[in-house]
Design a protein around this ligand. Structure first.
Ligand code: NAP
Length: 240
């Protein structure tokens, strides 16, 4: 569980990339754990549908904060919420995009967009959340990296490098702020069956089924790692 500076109240969690895939599953599981939620992504309709569903199922207070995190104004809006909403104690930096194309066949603008979202937005949101959480008496930041952060040659190189950054950044953050009440977890999933793969250029249906886990298994495993106090969690496939 996250630190609980608000006594026994779990506090509000802000989840980026909550409109689909693992972000939507994080939202669901965190609401079941008693967190109120702020859901961030670009697709407002999907966010509103999920928010209505979670309110009805869990009774939690669920807000929608639409933002394009590849744009400075979008990042600024979410950073402001992290700084100013005193109930926020948990940030899940989940929004991210990938690619499968080799580096020399990649389009530079697409690589820059990946850096903007996977690295710059995550960095800025963390820099807004970390001091605010410390001032609130504690909090948790979950950064979604990837197993390719350790093996960047497996997919597109900029994608792998962006996830290696997330891991190194998380490690440094933990080193600096663990004794100030900030909990940091880096999650390094393997292949997960989400729209990520369609957008990256290879549908998950083309991967060997035996290596693909569901988004729900991924999130359950990552939260189990969080509960056990892990810094790095590598969610694995569940036994058949
Ligand atoms: P997904 O289903 O495609 O979800 C990506 C989420 O990011 C969506 O909610 C999307 O929402 C949001 N997003 C994309 N661009 C955005 C932008 N510019 N501003 C704000 N939000 C944006 O993929 P996923 O698999 O759940 O990915 C979640 C995380 O897991 C990513 O960081 C990914 O790198 C990581 N990961 C995935 C896998 C895998 O195999 N799937 C493996 C390892 C790590 P909107 O389109 O509505 O904005």
């Amino acid at each position: 569980m996250s630190n609980t500076p608000l006594g026994n109240i779990p506090g509000r969690a802000l989840v980026t990339g909550a409109s689909s895939g693992t972000g939507a599953r994080y939202a669901h599981h965190l609401a079941l754990r008693g967190h109120d939620l702020t859901l961030v992504a670009r697709n407002v309709e999907r966010l509103e549908t999920l928010a209505a569903h979670l309110r009805a199922e869990t009774g939690r207070d669920v807000r929608v904060l639409p933002a394009d995190l590849s744009r400075a104004d979008g990042v600024q809006r979410v950073a402001q919420a992290l700084r100013e909403d005193d109930t926020l104690t948990l940030l899940v930096n989940n929004a991210g995009i990938g690619a499968v194309a080799p580096l020399l066949q990649s389009e530079p603008g697409q690589m820059q967009a990946m850096i903007d979202l996977n690295i710059s937005a995550l960095t800025h949101l963390t820099m807004a959340a970390a001091p605010a959480f410390v001032a609130r008496g504690g909090g948790t930041i979950i950064n979604i990296a990837s197993i390719v952060g350790l093996h960047p040659e497996l997919l597109n190189g900029v994608y792998g490098a962006s996830k290696a950054y997330v891991l190194a950044y998380s490690q440094s953050l933990r080193h600096e702020l663990a004794d100030k009440g900030l909990r940091v977890q880096a999650v390094l999933p393997g292949a997960t069956g989400t729209e990520f793969w369609d957008l990256a250029g290879r549908p998950a249906s083309e991967l060997p089924a035996a290596i693909v886990m569901s988004a729900d298994d991924m999130v359950r495993s990552a939260l189990a790692g969080l509960d056990q106090g892990e810094f790095i969690t590598i969610p694995s496939l569940t036994d058949p």
